[in-house]
Design a protein around this ligand. Structure first.
Ligand SMILES: [Mg+2]
Length: 350
């Protein structure tokens, strides 16, 4: 589907590992004072003075987490950084550094890796983070990308998953389900392309949901917004596996229950229309779709006046005593127990 317009193809074998790292990272500059030494020695040296540090890591594997037949390498590099930054922001921290390691087979050319690193560089520039290390090695099969992200914050600003209290409001950023529906469209077009390679798909109708799948943005702006509004959530988590399983993580770790209102779940019109086209229930997609990289948080009732007019934040329910359990209150006002499905299991559903 995505044609390789770059006809030049330089084999990786001619470069060797050291030449390759140097080549791929030569444009990366250092932006943070906390980076004392970046790439170029045995290890990076970081100095955070009296701040607390958060560290998170994610592994992305070809044909498990991404499909290169519709995922351009530049987007993949960008997304690999976003997936990790999202976890840093979910701690209410400021992301500062990342390390990036890749394993590649000789099916990839130098030009392909340059595209991947161009995406990483763009993410580092926009999100103001330093790339301070990494490794490249060979793989006998597909592409593997491992990113570790580091963030800093003051101890009193840390937000864990376990601080939700009964009567807190359940709040979500952005809208949900778009990344999963974008994936459904891309998978469908891939099958069409297999049958008829001349077919040029018209994807204009799906531009928002495809962008949410191929080029997600981690919510750095929300960490700043919460600070500006003087709101510290009582708990927070990023939505990587779907709203349902993230709510369950917060409730179980905080030892509370919740009522989530179906009619409050924010959905983009393109998600609604694409769900209708695919004959899938949009609430199911928002609950279990995954890869939205929005933030789910709980906020004390006292802070409601500070957030209520903000278009980035939607109240979708409230926290209850643990003994009340975790429920979805449907449009028809029945209470259905919330279950964690995760987006992989969606393929098994009827
Ligand atoms: Mg997470």
């Amino acid at each position: 589907m995505i044609e390789d317009k770059n006809q030049q193809r330089t084999s990786l074998e001619n470069l060797g590992e050291f030449g390759l790292i140097d080549h791929l990272t030569k444009n990366f500059d250092i932006k943070h004072k906390s980076t004392v030494k970046g790439i170029g020695d045995d290890a990076a040296v970081l100095d955070f003075k009296s701040k607390k540090i958060v560290v998170t890591t994610d592994l992305l594997i070809e044909n498990v987490h991404f499909d290169l037949s519709y995922m351009p390498l530049k987007h993949l590099g960008y997304k690999a950084i976003m997936v990790n930054l999202s976890d840093v922001f979910a701690m209410n921290a400021n992301a500062t550094q990342v390390t990036v390691s890749i394993a590649v087979s000789n099916r990839f050319s130098l030009e392909a890796l340059e595209d991947l690193y161009a995406g990483i560089e763009t993410a580092a520039k926009i999100y103001n983070i330093d790339v301070v290390g990494g490794d490249t090695t060979s793989s006998t099969t597909g592409l593997i990308i491992s990113v570790t992200a580091i963030g800093e914050l003051n101890e009193e600003d840390i937000v864990y998953r376990n601080g939700a209290k009964p009567n807190d409001l359940l709040v979500v950023t952005g809208d949900l389900g778009a990344a999963y529906m974008g994936l459904q469209v891309l998978e469908r077009e891939k099958e069409v392309f297999k049958v008829n390679p001349q077919n040029q798909p018209d994807l204009d109708l799906y531009s928002y949901i495809i962008e949410r799948q191929l080029k997600p943005e981690a919510r750095q702006d929300i960490v700043k917004l919460l600070k500006d509004l003087d709101v510290k959530p009582t708990s927070m988590i990023d939505i990587s596996d779907g709203l349902s399983s993230e709510i369950i993580h917060i409730c179980k770790q905080s030892k509370v229950g919740c009522d989530l209102y179906e009619n409050k779940i924010p959905l983009d019109p393109q998600v609604i229309s694409t769900c209708e086209e695919f004959k899938i229930d949009s609430t199911t997609i928002a609950l279990n779709g995954g890869e939205d990289y929005e933030l789910l948080m709980t906020i004390s009732q006292e802070d409601f006046p500070k957030i209520k007019a903000n278009p980035n934040l939607t109240v979708i329910g409230f926290i209850t005593e643990e003994s009340r359990g975790m429920h979805l209150v449907t449009r028809g006002e029945s209470r259905i127990p919330l279950i964690a499905k995760g987006w992989n299991s969606l393929s098994d559903q009827e």
